[in-house]
Design a protein around this ligand. Structure first.
Ligand SMILES: [Zn+2]
Length: 232
């Protein structure tokens, strides 16, 4: 090996490092990190559901990547949001949609109520996504051992009236209670399917579903495994 070879190799190596450094700096300067790269075309309803299923598989298996949770994403979504899903789920502290579907800032519109029951105010919030932002997917998510459903089942069984506005939740769950034969887990699934059916009949959603611009699915989240399974 001559000195000349060593010098050339050293020079190439150094140039590579410099070039790499410059590229890195340029990337930072222009914000060209993956989370702020120009958005591709919005996902179809089926693609949106597949993304959420993939995210849930990561969460369930302990391999969450926690995407879209950095400062670049915050900056990239500060002026505009393009969420690809509306998740209608329970208030339960163990079922935060962004975590169980391994998503981040700007990915989901989260609409939460006790046992994901709906009334006109909640329906209006759900409508906002598809009607105003062209969100292609709504997921109604029930969950294992739902305390709201269990409390409603108990109140309906005993014929007691819960205080304050809690009795409204009980009344919203009465149809599912009647068909569940006292089985709380069955009641959770029936209620989820009922909410899906109500949303599918929403006059703003009917034409979108017919044009295949919107999909509405019902899921059941297992507190034990972290997995979401399809109910309807
Ligand atoms: Zn619940």
């Amino acid at each position: 090996m001559t000195m000349d070879t060593v010098d050339r190799r050293t020079l190439l190596c150094a140039t590579g490092l410099v070039a790499g450094g410059l590229l890195l700096d340029a990337g930072v300067a222009h914000g060209l990190t993956p989370s702020t790269a120009p958005a591709s075309s919005p996902p179809t309803p089926s693609e949106a559901w597949a993304k959420l299923r993939e995210g849930n598989r990561r969460w369930a298996s302990g391999t969450s990547i926690r995407p879209h949770q950095d400062l670049a994403r915050r900056a990239g979504t500060a002026q505009k949001q393009e969420p690809y899903g509306v998740v209608v789920s329970c208030i339960d502290s163990r079922v935060p949609p962004e975590i169980v579907f391994d998503t981040g800032i700007g990915d989901l519109l989260s609409v939460r109520s006790a046992a994901q029951t709906i009334d006109p105010l909640v329906s209006g919030a759900i409508e906002y996504g598809p009607a105003e932002l062209d969100t292609p997917l709504i997921v109604v998510l029930g969950h294992q051992r739902c305390g709201a459903v269990a409390a409603a089942a108990h109140a309906l069984h005993e014929g007691t009236r819960l205080p304050g506005d809690l009795h409204h939740i009980v009344e919203a769950l009465r149809p599912a209670y009647r068909r569940a034969s006292g089985n709380v887990d069955k009641m959770i699934r029936i209620n989820t399917a009922d909410v899906v059916a109500k949303l599918k009949a929403d006059k703003l959603f009917v034409p979108r579903i017919a044009r295949k611009q919107l999909k509405i699915v019902g899921g059941y989240y297992s507190l034990d495994t972290g997995e979401v399974t399809r109910v309807v």
